[in-house]
Design a protein around this ligand. Structure first.
Ligand SMILES: [Zn+2]
Length: 72
């Protein structure tokens, strides 16, 4: 899972597309952790938004697992 997501980031990096908003990336205009595998973003807001969405998604998944566990 983590690996395919990194591949996705690397692919978008190579194509000069921002992973969050899908805009084209002007040369050298990337914000983020600085690691290709973490993706490049158009702004810190865009970066924060992307990772906030990911955290919410993960929290939901954990909640669903916990729920299933409680019922079994
Ligand atoms: Zn963006």
């Amino acid at each position: 899972m983590a690996e395919s997501e990194q591949d996705y980031h690397l692919e978008l990096w190579a194509k000069n597309i921002y992973p969050n908003c899908g805009k084209d990336i002007p040369e050298g205009k990337r914000v983020g952790s600085g690691k290709k595998a973490d993706g490049g973003f158009c702004s810190l807001n865009c970066y924060a938004e992307y990772y906030r969405a990911k955290i919410v998604e993960r929290a939901k998944r954990v909640a669903a697992i916990a729920e299933r566990h409680r019922k079994s």
